[in-house]
Design a protein around this ligand. Structure first.
Ligand SMILES: [Zn+2]
Length: 444
């Protein structure tokens, strides 16, 4: 994500949204009358540890009816828990003849699934609501779920470490409108899934050496901005594929302009078709930033919310690094802009909290410019010490080791040391942990 201004909107949006309790109005609960002790019926049971393996989604964007065919992993314990936000669950079926009992408590759905040594699949039918605070589907046609609002669109696990395979299909798209979305997404965090419905024109920008087609979808009147912002995108994507490793999210990727509205600037890493606020469409930096998330943030997920800097710091660095290579004048402008942003950040903002999933990334104020810019300048300091191509090689090795999985910032520091012999602890202390804002320069 590249959306400092959006932070304000998200903060405002989150107040008062977390106390809603949804009593189970439609639960097909267990029959309370005289269960047979030898053959007790399964009852809805919380099981937060059971993993989601695959999520196949079908939405009617007009009636807002949806089905989610969900495959979950083996579990020695019965039950299954999914986040369901403000969805209205109409039924859960394991087969045509076999419905699954469930309840909904505190925006979580617990299912009556047995313990199993194999994957289990069930289908949830539900209705979803519109959301105008960047936490679901907007009436303006786009979805945005980051950081933990997937439950307002489909039954899910929002923790970024939990990657699942997705398929997506949309129906009910109004005549004259185009729905831009991927039909399949390999293992991804739930916030990566998105669509946008608008009056789109698709422009092919070219093809990388690896054969990935790069495109941009713009709306009426946006052609000039789309051209200006994407003129380095094929070269940047080519750099990513050749320097870091193969792209994971299909043969076609690109920018989608979305109408986030006045004041919103930035983008969201909805790979393979990432979203940019219309106000950011002409920015080379934001276009490349969202592309980089295909490797860091999506391709490699953050293991804990506290590892946000592994996504945004690495991505911000790489956007500057790539533009330095493919268009040096633009790269220089990006680093000047980063320096000004860094200068404006209070020194005491958190960059890399040393816990794991003990914070609320919004409520505890980690979603600020600090992880982006102090993260970027940490890698910049490393590049000034070791050489930029050495840092490229580190980011390649890290991607090849962790692609499709979750990782921690501490894993990155360990790889830096094991690969180069240089101990980055003091440099990381300066840039990622200290409450004194450093001056840009090489690591000690
Ligand atoms: Zn980002």
């Amino acid at each position: 994500m590249r959306a400092p201004l959006l932070a304000v909107i998200l903060l405002a949006a989150c107040g008062g949204d977390d106390a809603q309790t949804t009593p189970d109005a439609s639960a097909d609960g267990p029959d309370a009358s005289a269960p047979d002790a030898a053959d007790e019926p399964l009852v809805p049971t919380a099981n937060l540890a059971r993993e989601v393996i695959r999520t196949e989604l079908m939405f009617d964007v007009t009636t807002r009816m949806a089905t989610a065919r969900i495959t979950v992993g083996p579990s020695a314990e019965p039950g299954m828990t999914l986040e369901v936000g403000d969805l209205t669950i109409q039924g859960v079926q394991q087969s045509l003849a076999d419905s699954v009992a469930f309840n909904v408590i505190n925006r979580r759905m617990n299912l009556a699934l047995p313990a199993s040594s194999e994957n289990l699949t069930f289908v949830v039918e539900y209705q979803y609501k519109l959301h105008e605070d960047f936490n679901g589907q907007s009436a303006d046609g786009y979805t945005l779920l980051w950081p933990y609002h997937c439950g307002n669109l489909f039954p899910c696990h929002s923790a970024p470490a939990d990657g699942t395979e997705f398929t997506l299909a949309l129906e009910g798209v109004p005549a004259g409108m185009t729905a831009v979305y991927p039909t399949t997404v390999s293992e991804a965090p739930s916030y990566q899934i998105a669509w946008s419905v608008d009056e789109y024109t698709e422009v092919s920008l070219g093809t990388t050496d690896a054969g990935t087609e790069i495109v941009v979808w713009h709306r009426p009147g946006e052609e000039a901005d789309a051209n200006a912002g994407t003129d380095n995108l094929v070269a940047a994507f080519n750099w990513l594929e050749t320097t870091l490793g193969p792209y994971r999210f299909g043969p076609k990727a690109g920018t989608v302009s979305v109408g986030w509205g006045p004041g919103a600037f930035g983008g969201m890493e909805h790979h393979p078709f990432w979203h940019l606020a219309d106000g950011a469409l002409s920015s080379d930096e934001v276009n490349v930033h969202e592309a980089v998330h295909g490797w860091y943030g999506d391709g490699i997920r953050y293991a804990c919310w506290e590892d946000f800097v592994l996504s945004e710091g690495t991505t911000s660095y790489l956007a500057g690094r790539i533009l330095d290579v493919v268009n040096p004048p633009v790269g220089a402008q990006v680093w000047q802009s980063y320096a000004a942003t860094l200068d404006a950040i209070p020194g005491n903002l958190k960059v890399w909290p040393q816990t794991c999933n003990e914070i609320d990334i919004i409520g505890d104020n980690l979603f600020t410019n600090a992880p982006y810019m102090r993260g970027a300048f940490f890698y910049r300091a490393l590049a000034l010490k070791l050489g930029a191509t050495v840092v490229d090689d580190i980011l390649h090795d890290f991607y090849m080791a962790h692609a499709g999985k979750a990782a921690r910032m501490s894993d990155m520091l360990a790889l830096i040391q094991s690969k180069t012999g240089y101990d980055p602890t003091a440099c990381a202390q300066t840039w990622l942990l200290s409450t004194t804002k450093p001056t840009p320069g090489p690591c000690p």
